[in-house]
Structure formats: C-alpha cells, structure tokens
Design a protein around this ligand. Structure first.
Ligand SMILES: [Zn+2]
Length: 260
C-alpha cells in the first residue's frame, strides 16, 4: 500500500495494489491439480500470442472504498457465473432459458428474461474492467491500446456509474457472449481495443465469457440493428468460441508451438 490519489473517486489516501483483472480469475484458469495445476493460459488476441503465465498486472491505483465497490457490484456476483473445469452456471442458465433468435453463428437470448441482478452485475463487472484498461496507470502490452480510447464525457459517465451504479451509461452497447465449448473456458485475454471500422470498443475473454463493450454515440448499422431489434443496451448470446477467428489463430499458435 502507498499514499496517493485514487484513480476512481480521486480522493487522496492509501492506495491498494489493485488488479487489472481480478485475482480470483488467475486461480480459476489454472489447470486442476490432477492435471498438474499449470499456470493460467493467457491469450493476447490482438497480438495473436498465447502462453502460460502467472503474471498478474497490478498497480497502486484504487482506494479501499473503491476496491470494495468493484468487488461488491461486479466481481463477487460475476464470479458465481464464471465457467471452470466442472461447471458453467451462466451457460446453464441461458440454455434453460432458451434462445429467442439466431444471428449468424450466435444464439441470442432475451435480456428481459435474464434475472436483473445477473444482468446488472455482469454489466458493472465488464465496465469496471474496460475502464481500468482505459486509464491504467502503468504500461502493459496490448492493454496500452485501450488508453485514451474513451473520450472525457464517456469516461466521466462511466466513473459516475462505477461509483454509484444506477441505471445504465448512455451510448454504450455491450454484448456478453457465452462460450459453449467447455475446453476453452481456461483462456483469458487482457482487454484490447476492438479493431474494426466505424466502431470504437473493447473486448476481453475470461472464464467462458467474451465481453464486447462498444462506445457510441454513433454505432455501425449492424449494432444499431441489434439494439433496435432487442431494445436493450446489453445483449446475451452464446457461441462456440472455437469458431471465432481470433480463437482459431490462437489454436493454430498453440498447435505450432506445441503448447497443450
Ligand atoms: Zn477511491
């Protein structure tokens, strides 16, 4: 711990050694002890690199009160939904609910039918991770691509929400894509900027979830169509992450480099 100004509430005081990605994730992505308990498999989708690492990205960044908020509103409830080697509560929940539509290779679920506490906690959690990436005080690989990607009005709106979560942040559209391919749940990637024309956003993978956070106010027509069709600012989908092009690249890399 050391003294400084908290990155979120901007108050001076004792700063914790904060994690960019919650510490609990590293434990869960580690192989079970029966399989050797190897280090987590980290993937950098934008650099198309993968490897095993125990490196946890930390910095003296947040005060205790803000750490408690991140845990209470995001990490603690979200962690009950993450996939591991044995269970995947969020996938089970969506399968029980059943899809309401299909779009390309994804099944889409009615957000209104997902329990509101689950919607709220995943929304808060994803925003807390991408916000951290956008303002992280130290440099770290591709997380750097996120820096400066949020304009001041968006940044302020997200910070106000993280301090006092009520309603939704305007001009943000989020897709929570849940992986149906269980063997891939051990992969995680640090947040990186989505490289696509006409859209600004961030993406990260974590324990069976792929979070995609798009920043408005102007969205490309494909996203506008989704927003209007489903009338929501957060959409739940399932897909086999093995079929996504980023994952195929990673699988190829693992195979060529003899990483099992
Ligand atoms: Zn604070």
């Amino acid at each position: 711990m050391k003294n400084g100004r908290c990155g979120l509430c901007k108050k001076d005081g004792i700063l914790h050694n904060s994690h960019l990605v919650p510490k609990a994730v590293y434990k869960l992505v580690r192989d079970p002890k029966s399989q050797g308990g190897s280090s987590p498999l980290k993937v950098d989708t934008s650099l198309r690199k993968a490897g095993r690492t125990d490196k946890q990205v930390t910095a003296h960044f947040l005060c205790g009160a803000c750490e408690i908020k991140f845990s209470k509103f995001g990490e603690t409830p979200a962690s009950k939904l993450w996939g591991n080697f044995f269970d995947f509560p969020m996938l089970d929940l969506l399968i029980r609910q059943g899809p309401s539509a299909h779009h390309q290779r994804r099944a889409i679920y009615a957000t209104a039918d997902v329990p509101i506490n689950i919607v709220d906690s995943l929304y808060y959690f994803a925003l807390s991770v991408v916000w951290r990436a956008a303002v992280w005080p130290t440099t770290f690989a591709k997380v750097n691509s996120c820096k400066g990607a949020m304009l001041p009005p968006v940044l302020t709106a997200i910070e106000e929400f993280l301090l006092d979560p009520k309603g939704r942040v305007s001009d943000i559209f989020m897709v929570v894509d849940v992986n149906t391919h269980k063997a891939l749940n051990g992969i995680f990637s640090f947040p990186a900027r989505i490289k696509a024309a006409e859209v600004e956003g961030f993406q990260f993978d974590l324990l069976g979830f792929r979070f995609m956070v798009f920043l408005g106010p102007v969205f490309p027509s494909e996203i506008q169509l989704l927003m209007h069709s489903f009338d929501r600012d957060i959409l739940f989908t399932t897909s086999n992450h093995m079929d996504s092009s980023a994952t195929k690249q990673i699988a190829k890399y693992l195979y060529e480099n003899d990483i099992d």
